[in-house]
Every structure is written in structure tokens, then in C-alpha cells.
Design a protein. Structure first.
Length: 205
């Protein structure tokens, strides 16, 4: 996407000051466990917010749109179509490093997320309260690097949101770049789409 590694390090140094401390500690643990630097792990975790090239697909269906009326939220990690070349050092493609992360924090809600190894936060998952979240890119020139990257905000939703309204409030705070964010509340059931840029947002359900 035209970013050099030093460019991304500069962004990391700015964005890290907005990331909640518990996630910084988690990033440090990942760095230690993978024999990487906190800088490398940090760049990896803010990369998609800066490059903004993700092309995930997602949908929420409920009521008459499903066979039993229950809510279903889907998400596909289909952005690897742009990653034709494998890593020059390991010979491995990004999508070959997908894992399922099950979180059970002491003071937050448990959650499950399909993710790439080395990532925290979320690009789409569900918590024990029945709150789901997902996203896809929304191209825009209205950006900011003084907020919290979307993957961390989505992680915050799954750690602390009990309902769709709380999830939307978290996602609509400290915005950075353009995203279409999907939120589902399996307790109502109902789904929401939040389209946002750094300074604008719109919710529909």
C-alpha cells in the first residue's frame, strides 16, 4: 500500500499512546513469546488501520431472513486475494497463520475470535453476552491518527459490551479511519451497521 516499515513505526509511536494499557501489556507478552520486539508486534497490530486494505465480507440476518428466526452473523477473511506473494523469510502466506483465539479475562467478558497469530483485539468475534462484531473497509480521506485503531475498539466491545447500544458507543469513540462496522445483539435479536470516518458516522439497523 506504499508504506515503508519506518513509516509504520512512526504511526505506531503515535497510535500506541491511545491504546488502553491492558492491550499494551498483551502486546508486550506477544513480543516476548514470539521473540519479537514490541515495535514489530505493534506495527503488525496497527497495520490494517493505517494501510486500510482489508476486504472482509460480513452480514447479519435474523427474523424472517433465517430458517428459525435466530440471529446469525457471518464474517469471511477474504482479503488474502491481495496477498499473492508469501513472506520472503518464512515462505508462509498470511492466511496460513489463522487461529481461533478464546479469551477469558479475569475482569472482562469471555469471547471467541478467528484471528491471525500475533494479533490482539478483534476483526470479528462474539462474546459471552451474545454481542458480535465485524467490519469491512470504508475508503475515505477523512482520517485521524489520534484515536484507537478499529481492531482494539472491536476488542474493547467484546471485553466490555453487554448490549448493542454499548457496543456502538465504544466503536463510535476515538475513531481513526473509515470502516463499516457490523454489530449484532443476539438477545434482542437485532443487527446494526455503523459506517464511520474520523469525523462522521451513521448507524442503521
Amino acid at each position: 500500500m506504499g508504506f515503508s516499515y519506518p513509516n509504520l513505526v512512526d504511526y505506531w509511536k503515535i497510535l500506541k499512546d491511545n491504546i488502553p494499557e491492558k492491550y499494551i501489556l498483551e502486546l508486550k507478552g506477544l513480543a516476548d513469546g514470539s521473540n519479537s520486539s514490541i515495535e514489530e508486534i505493534g506495527v503488525y497490530n496497527i497495520l490494517h488501520d493505517i494501510a486500510n486494505f482489508i476486504t472482509f465480507s460480513g452480514a447479519i440476518a435474523w427474523g424472517s431472513a433465517t430458517s428459525d428466526g435466530n440471529l446469525i452473523q457471518m464474517r469471511s477473511t477474504d482479503h488474502n486475494i491481495f496477498n499473492k506473494d508469501h513472506d520472503s523469510i518464512s515462505g508462509i502466506y498470511l492466511h496460513e497463520n489463522q487461529v481461533i483465539i478464546v479469551r477469558n479475562p479475569i475482569d472482562d467478558y469471555a469471547s471467541m475470535s478467528p484471528m491471525w497469530a500475533g494479533r490482539i483485539g478483534s476483526w470479528g468475534k462474539i462474546n459471552e453476552k451474545g454481542i458480535g462484531v465485524g467490519e469491512t473497509t470504508c475508503w475515505t480521506n477523512d482520517i485521524s491518527i489520534s484515536g484507537i485503531c478499529a481492531n482494539f475498539r472491536m476488542g474493547m466491545v467484546l471485553d466490555s459490551a453487554e448490549n448493542g447500544e454499548e457496543a456502538l458507543l465504544i466503536l463510535d469513540s476515538n475513531k481513526t479511519v473509515g470502516w463499516n462496522l457490523l454489530v449484532s445483539d443476539g438477545n434482542i435479536p437485532e443487527g446494526f451497521v455503523l459506517e464511520q470516518t474520523a469525523n462522521e458516522s451513521y448507524v442503521c439497523n
